[in-house]
Write a protein that binds this ligand. Sequence first.
Ligand code: GDP
Length: 370
Amino acid sequence: EGQVVHCIGCGAKVQTEDKDQLGYTPQSALDKGLANGEVYCQRCFRLRHYNEITPVSLTDDDFLKLLSQIRDTNSLIVYVVDIFDVNGSLIPGLHRFVGNNDVLLVGNKLDILPNSIKTSKVKDWLRQRANAAGIRPADVALVSAKSNQNVDQLLGQIDKLRDGKDVYVVGVTNVGKSTLINQIIKQATGIKELITTSRFPGTTLDQINIPLDDGQKIVDTPGIIQPEQVAHLLSGKELKLVTPNKTIKPRVYQLNPAQTLFLGGVARFDYVAGDAKHGFTLYVENNLFVHRTKLENATNFYEKHVGEMLTPPTAENVADFPKLVRHEFKTDKKSDIVLEGLGWITVPAGVTVAGYAPEGVAVLIRPAMI
Ligand code: GDP
C-alpha cells in the first residue's frame, strides 16, 4: 500500500478506484502486473491487446498546464501527426506553447501510403497544414512507427536538432505516438528497464522519460483527445473498417458527371460537372465497400441504406452517427479531395466535385500527391 506504480504504456499513475480516470487498472490486473513486472493501465492494455480505443479523461486544463510547462523549457519539441489525418492531429493552441523551442514535425503511418506517392509532396502538405496552425517546423520527418520505417533517420534528425537539449514528444491520441516511442526505446536504449517515470510538479500528468547518452532525456507526454478525429465518431470495430493499416491499393473509377460514390456510409463523393468518363482514384481502406449510384437519387439512397448496405456505421450506431456534410470544389489542376482520417480521391483538372464527410471531419483540397 502507498506504493506508486506507473503504467509502462502511457506513464499514468496506476489507480484502482475510478474507471473513468487516467491510470485505472482493476485490482486483479494490477496484482498480476506487479507479479511479472509489467503493469499496464486498462486503457493501454486494451489498446495493445484488442486494438480498442478507450478515451482518457484528460481535461483541457491539465493539458494546457502540461503545454505551458514545455514552454518554459529549453528543449526540442517532436510533434507527431498522423499523415492520414492531419487535421485530426492538430493540438489546439500548440503554437502558443512552443515558445522559442524548435519543432520537429513527424508524419507517422507512412506505411499506408502507396509507393507512387511523392514524399516531398507529403512533407510540403504537412508543413503547410502546420503553418496554417501557426507552427513553423524546423524540419519535417516521415516515418512508420509500426513497420519501423525511417525511425533511425528520425533519431538522427532529433540528435542534430536537439543540440544537447531534452526532447518532448507531443501528439494527440491515436497518431501512433506510443508506437513510435516504443520503437525509439528499442533502438535508442535496447533496454526496457531504462524507462523511468517522473511527473511534472503541480500537475496530475505523468510522463515517461527515456534517458539519452548525454544525460538528457526524451519525454513522452500524454495525448489529448482531438474530437475531430474520425476515431471518436466510430466504435472500435467500425473504425477498423475505415482505417487502413496496410498499404493502400488505389482504386480507379471511371465516372460520368452526375454520378456518386458512397464509401460505406461514412463518406460520399459526387462528380458534379465536367467531361464524360473521367478517371477518379480512391485512396481508402482496401476493404471499404464502395457503391456507385446516380447523383439525383443519392440522398434518398443513403437515407434508405445507411447502417445496412452502406456500413459503417452499423445499424445500432446510425442514430448517433453525425450527418454527412457537403463540401464542393472546382479544380484547375489535378487535385486530391481529402476526407481527413478516411482517405482521399484524386480528381482531374477542370471538374466540379463534392466530398461529404461526417460533421466535424474536415474535407480539404490539395495538389495531387502522385
Ligand atoms: P497514441 O495514442 O498516439 O499513442 O497511438 P498508438 O501508438 O496507440 O497507435 C494508435 C493506432 O495507430 C494503433 O492502432 C496503432 O497500431 C496504429 N499505428 C501506430 N503507428 C502506426 C504506423 O506507423 N502505421 C500504421 N499503419 N498504424 C500505426
